[in-house]
Design a protein around this ligand. Structure first.
Ligand code: ASP
Length: 319
């Protein structure tokens, strides 16, 4: 067994040249932050929270500060976290101004009897626990919004049901910079967390995969841990993070489970853009995607520094 281990992602989709090096630096920083927690004897839960918070604070990622805009120019952030030891979980959605949605997800997990709280209620809870408030709007996201809206208004492209066509003509719309992490600690506990601004130009009120336990995030000490990124509706329909964990429960390694999950996407969802990271109970790491990129990093006791990449195993097969 290899432990402790952290694996993080900063989103699938297409990483534009202007964001590549900052994205790699961002996942490196996140993996290092999570690993520091683990090395000091901290829990997998603390490690994934710390890694994801680092990326929420980094405007290059579509999570927390730097979240993508809805079609009517709002920001509605989502996040979730799960403890593989107890199967406790917390999730938030429709947040407008909480600096670190993942911290609020953890508060929901630990301080309430609920799993998922959205909008006003969630923000009220954030107030009770004195979480920091911050505007998540950035110039980069406003520019992306204006560019894609202009095309939309000109009728230059089809809209969301035609995702492939849209992706081809508007790659920046698909720089799916959701963030996530999975960790295994010294006590062999697993945890996972995911945070996002959601899908670019999403309809207000839309909830994606990232805050849904089993879809965007899952962790179970008996199976493995996973965080997904890509077109949320696909991960919701396939309950993708849980699917990957079930594959590990049934004996697949983390890498096999990541790849078989993407084959499932290719087979059942005609290959809509997706990626995921996985971690199994033996501390083996997995990452796979069918999108052009997956910005990700990992760190183990053997790697002196986090290993980073903009692609993992690109899976095109269906079976
Ligand atoms: N999965 C996210 C969503 O659909 C998007 C992403 O991965 O960037 O909300």
């Amino acid at each position: 067994m290899q432990k402790p281990v952290i694996v993080v992602h900063g989103g699938a989709g297409t990483w534009q040249p202007e964001r590549k090096s900052a994205g790699l630096a961002g996942v490196k920083e996140a993996a290092a932050a999570g690993f520091d927690v683990l090395r000091a004897g901290g829990s997998a839960l603390d490690a994934v929270e710390s890694a994801v918070v680092t990326m929420e604070n980094n405007e290059i990622f579509n999570a927390g500060h730097g979240s993508t805009l809805t079609i009517d120019k709002r920001i509605e952030m989502e996040a979730s976290i799960m403890d593989g030891k107890t199967l406790n979980a917390g999730a938030v959605g429709l947040l407008r101004n909480i600096k670190n949605p993942t911290r609020l997800a953890r508060i929901i997990m630990e301080k309430t009897d609920h799993v998922f709280i959205i909008g006003e209620g969630a923000e009220k809870l954030a107030g009770l626990f004195k979480l920091e408030i911050a505007s998540p709007f950035t110039e980069l996201r406003r520019r992306y919004w204006a560019e894609t809206m202009e095309k939309l208004m000109r009728g230059d492209h089809d809209y969301l049901p035609k995702l492939h066509k849209l992706a081809a003509s508007n790659p920046q719309l698909f720089d799916l910079g959701t963030v996530g992490a999975a960790a295994l600690d010294k006590d062999e506990n697993l945890a996972a967390a995911t945070s996002t601004g959601g899908f670019s130009l999403k309809f207000p009120g839309r909830i994606g995969d990232s805050p849904l336990i089993g879809c965007g995030t899952y962790a179970d000490n008996e199976a493995g841990a996973s965080s997904t990124t890509g077109i949320g509706e696909i991960a919701v329909k396939l309950v993708l993070a849980k699917n990957a964990c079930d594959s590990m429960r049934n004996g697949e390694t983390a890498q096999e489970a990541a790849e078989s999950s993407i084959r499932l996407v290719n087979r059942r969802m005609s290959g809509g853009s997706m990626g995921l990271i996985t971690l199994d109970v033996a501390g083996r790491i997995g990452a796979a995607h069918n999108s052009r990129n997956l910005c990700w990093a990992y760190m183990t006791p053997k790697t002196r520094h986090p290993k980073t990449a903009l692609t993992a195993r690109i899976v095109e097969e269906t079976t």
